[in-house]
Structures are given as structure tokens and as C-alpha cells.
Design a protein around this ligand. Structure first.
Ligand SMILES: Cc1ncc(COP(=O)(O)O)c(C=O)c1O
Length: 454
């Protein structure tokens, strides 16, 4: 039996009925069948959150092979911000696929790649000449940003922060903080990577300048500015728990980098492209990074990533030092150009701010009645709640896992995150309707309440 119902899949855009609909238990029989094939055929290390076989997605829903329609509060981990299978993206992909699928930009360059670079140079923060290079994944972008910063500065050390997540390749595993599941057993890791304390207002109680002073002291004593090529930071941490640094933290780090000739890399792989209510999260904090890494939301679901930065830094790498067979694939670039047009013409940053208002008001009401919601944080459509033991603030990871599981069983895709695994994060597509989003949050509230009783 084939699980891919193409008649359903072709309705994957916004035409898909926007409703939560459960016609079987989750997973239904067809999903179970695929999951059995998955465990027989796919390496066990590749996990999954929702035990379903997806056949279509669009607007704010994901439809499975059994006909269940789940509310999507995850966007495939912050990717489908313009909605899944957005018609303009689909059209651009189809057009490009019919023209040519690959030449390798390093062999025969094409316009789509250059146009994406131009768009990124225009959109990323900073009013100075910029250049970009394109890659396939967020981790690859981060790897290349570090390569370029090392070449530009002639220094080797890189500083990342507590709770950071930068990917799963060898260098990015070293930059990523959390051992399980990302690093455990996969060493040895890349050298010359150092860790500094992050501003985590809910847990460290420090002001931004205090937290920055602490981080800078660690960097100066344990690394030394003269050895340091780059500081890499997520302006709002993603996998680490949607941690928003205290006001003043990022500007102080940025000023220190500038004063010491250290390249500041903002990893906006998760927070970029309208997700936080601005095109890039850096804008909320008034910082202008020397380099920005992007991926995820950039191309409506096609694999594309980029490094964008000051032209003189980006040009430091010699010809042939950067690239890759598929980096800036023409179909992914066509998708990115269509996606960027949607972000700009449909003002999705504004929509992200509307989503923030709706989510915050609902979550604050929930928190008033439930002290296990220790913290609500995030910006735009990147909002999370940290679940704790109200008496001790100890992370309530089992509760977060149970609530997320219950939500999925009730037809709402909710992701967890956080160093302590106790954060529920909400990353809906920016195309989700208010009614569906509210219904999704109703389900989250009911799942939390049920876990009191459980
Ligand atoms: C901030 C950040 N950087 C890098 C990555 C790695 O991106 P990818 O999974 O595309 O390699 C992620 C992925 O979640 C991320 O959130």
C-alpha cells in the first residue's frame, strides 16, 4: 500500500480545510504502518515528535494518512513560516524545476543564487556593504561563518554560550551546549571552542549589563581577546529554551566584540525571517552583527541556508575556499525568492506580532491559574512557557513531555525544548488563522489541566 495520497497532497496549500479533525486515535492504522516501516528502515537516531504519517500540510494544519488534521504549532521547527506549500513557493519551485534543477553554482552560476544574496544583503541588519554565501542547512551556515571569521581575523578561538544550539555537525556539536541528545557519545569535538554564561533572566536574576560583564570576564580570562575569532550567539535561543536575554546584554557583548576586533555572528537560523515580529531578531535588541547565519524560514521548506556579513569579512576567504555541490541549489533559491516576496508583500512580521499578542494573552491567563507555568517568554510567533515545580522552580521536564504528548494525541503539534527539557514552545506558521491558533491553545490548556489530575 502506498501511504501518499496524491489527491490530498495536491491540496497542501492554503486550500486545505483549516480545522482540527480527529477521525482515528493518533497514530491511526496507516500512520502505524509507516512508523513500523520507519523503525525497520530508518536509523534509530532519527527520532520523531508526532507519531503520524504526514500527507499534506498548509495554512495552520498538517494532515496525516488516516485523514486526521492536526493544528500545527511547530512549523516543522520554525521552517514553514509562510505556511506549508504556499502557492507562490509551489509555483516558483515548479517553474524552476522545469527549467533546470542543478548546474552547481561553482561550475555554472545562475541568477537565482545572486538574487537571494542581494535580498539577504538588503534585508539583514546593518547599513554597510555586505556579501552572502549560500549553503544547505543551518549547521553548514554556522560552520562556514566560523571558517570565514577565522580567515578574516587570523585567530582560531570561538565562543558560544550556555544553552546554545548551533547544529549537529562536528564543529556545530562543539558549539551546541546540551549533551543529550545532541553530543553524547559523538566526540571528540572540534577544538578551540569555548563557552560563556548566557543571560537567562528567569534563572540568573541578573540585569543585561551584569550578565554581559560576567560573560566578558569569562571570555577575557579563559580565552583572551587576541585569540578570539568570533562570538556566536542566538539573539533568542531556540533549542536551548527560547531564552530572551535581559535588556542590554546583547549590546554589551556586541560593543565588546567591536572594541576587540572579534567577529560577532548572530545565529538567526531559528529566529530569522519575520518569526519574532521583525525580519531578524537582532533588530529587537538594537545590535548589528558582523555576520548573520540564516536557514529554516528562508525558503518555505526547501533546504537553503546562508551566511551574510560585512563585505570585507566575507571576502576574506580565498577563491574556492567556500562552497559545496548543492549550496544555493536553483530550486531552493527560487523558493527563497518567492518566500521573501511573501514575507515582504504580506507583511508577515506584522502578523507575527498579532500572533504574539494572542498567544501572550492566552498564556498569561493560563499562568495566573497555574503556577507551574514559571515563565512565559519569546517574541512574535516564537513564544514558550517554562514549566517548573512552583515551590522550587525546579524544571518540570516530565510534565512538559506529558503535556506535549497529550496535545499531539488531541490533534495539536507542540514541541518541547530547553536545556532541562521543560519548555513548551509555540512556533505556528504565520499563516495560521486566529481561531485555529486559539483552539490549539485551548488544547494546550486542557492538556496541562489534565496533567494535574493525572
Ligand atoms: C539557532 C540554530 N542554529 C543552527 C541550527 C541548525 O540548523 P539545521 O538543522 O538546518 O542544520 C538550528 C536548528 O534548529 C538552530 O535553531
Amino acid at each position: 500500500m502506498t501511504l501518499i495520497d496524491t489527491s490530498a497532497a495536491t491540496t497542501g496549500g492554503p486550500a486545505l480545510t483549516q480545522e482540527r479533525r480527529l477521525v482515528t486515535a493518533i497514530p491511526g492504522p496507516r500512520s502505524q504502518e509507516l512508523l513500523a516501516r520507519k523503525s525497520a528502515a530508518v536509523a534509530a537516531g532519527v527520532g520523531h515528535t508526532a507519531p503520524i504519517a504526514a500527507v499534506a500540510a498548509g495554512g495552520g494544519v498538517v494532515v496525516d494518512a488516516d485523514g486526521n488534521s492536526l493544528i500545527d504549532l511547530g512549523s516543522g521547527i520554525a521552517v514553514t513560516s509562510v505556511g506549508n506549500a504556499h502557492p507562490k513557493v509551489v509555483e516558483a519551485v515548479q517553474r524552476q524545476a522545469a527549467q533546470f534543477t542543478h548546474t552547481c553554482f561553482m561550475v555554472s552560476p545562475y541568477e537565482g543564487y545572486v538574487a537571494v544574496a542581494e535580498a539577504l544583503n538588503r534585508l539583514t541588519p546593518g547599513d554597510f556593504p555586505k556579501k552572502s554565501a549560500l549553503f544547505n542547512s543551518g549547521a553548514e551556515a554556522v560552520e562556514n561563518a566560523v571558517k570565514i571569521a577565522r580567515k578574516a581575523t587570523g585567530r582560531q578561538a570561538v565562543v558560544a554560550f550556555d544553552h546554545a544550539y548551533h547544529g549537529r555537525t562536528n564543529l556545530t556539536m562543539a558549539l551546541t551546549a546540551k549533551a543529550m541528545p545532541y553530543k553524547s557519545g559523538f566526540g571528540p569535538f572540534a577544538s578551540e571552542v569555548y563557552r560563556a554564561p548566557m543571560s537567562y533572566p528567569y534563572r540568573d536574576g541578573l540585569s543585561g549589563p551584569e550578565a554581559a560583564a560576567k560573560a566578558i570576564s569569562v571570555i577575557e580570562k579563559q580565552v583572551g581577546a587576541d585569540n578570539l575569532a568570533a562570538v556566536i550567539i542566538e539573539p533568542i535561543q531556540g533549542e536551548g529554551g527560547f531564552i530572551v536575554p535581559a535588556e542590554g546584554f546583547l549590546p554589551a557583548i556586541s560593543q565588546w566584540c567591536t572594541a576587540n576586533g572579534v567577529v560577532l555572528i548572530a545565529d538567526e537560523v531559528q529566529s530569522g525571517f519575520a518569526r519574532t515580529g521583525a525580519m531578524f531578531a537582532s533588530e529587537h535588541f538594537g545590535i548589528v552583527p558582523d555576520m548573520v547565519t540564516t536557514a529554516k524560514g528562508i525558503a518555505g521548506g526547501l533546504p537553503l541556508a546562508a551566511v551574510t556579513g560585512r563585505a570585507e569579512i566575507m571576502d576574506a576567504a580565498h577563491v574556492g575556499g567556500l562552497g559545496g555541490t548543492y549550496g544555493g541549489n536553483p530550486i531552493a533559491c527560487a523558493a527563497a525568492l518567492a518566500t521573501i516576496e511573501v514575507f515582504e508583500t504580506e507583511d508577515l512580521s506584522d502578523r507575527a506580532r498579532e500572533i504574539e499578542a494572542l498567544m501572550l494573552s492566552r498564556l498569561e491567563t493560563m499562568q495566573a491559574a497555574d503556577p507551574r507555568i514559571g515563565d512565559i517568554r519569546g517574541l512574535g510567533a516564537m513564544i514558550a512557557i517554562e514549566l517548573v515545580d512552583p515551590a522550587t522552580k525546579a524544571p518540570a521536564a516530565a510534565l512538559a513531555g506529558a503535556v506535549a504528548k497529550r496535545c499531539i494525541a488531541e490533534g495539536v503539534i507542540v514541541l518541547t525544548c530547553g536545556t532541562y527539557g521543560n519548555v513548551l514552545r509555540f512556533l505556528p506558521p504565520l499563516t495560521i488563522g486566529d481561531a485555529l491558533l486559539s483552539e490549539g491553545l485551548d488544547v494546550v490548556a486542557a492538556a496541562l489541566a489534565a496533567e494535574v489530575a493525572a
